[in-house]
Ligand binder design. Structure first.
Ligand SMILES: [Zn+2]
Ligand SMILES: [Zn+2]
Length: 100
């Protein structure tokens, strides 16, 4: 068992959907799944659903996001959702709004 100080992140493990923790008591402490114990050293995307890639390294479009509607059956605070073309269009529109 590793003893250290961890911060809870808004990302979940791509293997088991457990919440990912960031070790903060040592510089470059890395990330650890609170459920299965998988660890990575560089970036949370190495472990979370945001970083899921196919062999050609193409982004599969999955992102960790807050659950918009937690229910008794599905109470998870953070869920994985696949980005749709509409999301991409909305994001592009937001960027295109001129600043006043
Ligand atoms: Zn895990
Ligand atoms: Zn993520």
């Amino acid at each position: 068992m590793t003893v250290g100080f961890y911060r809870i992140t808004d990302h979940i493990c791509r293997e088991c959907r457990g919440r990912i923790l960031e070790r903060v008591d040592v510089p470059g402490g890395g990330f650890r799944c609170s459920n299965c114990g998988a660890t990575v050293t560089k970036a949370v995307e190495e472990l979370c659903a945001c970083g899921m890639r196919i062999e050609s390294a193409a982004d599969l479009g999955f992102r960790c996001e807050p659950n918009p509607e937690p229910t008794f059956k599905f109470p998870h605070e953070i869920i994985v959702r696949k980005r749709t073309p509409e999301d991409t269009a909305a994001a592009t529109k937001q960027i295109a709004i001129p600043l006043r």
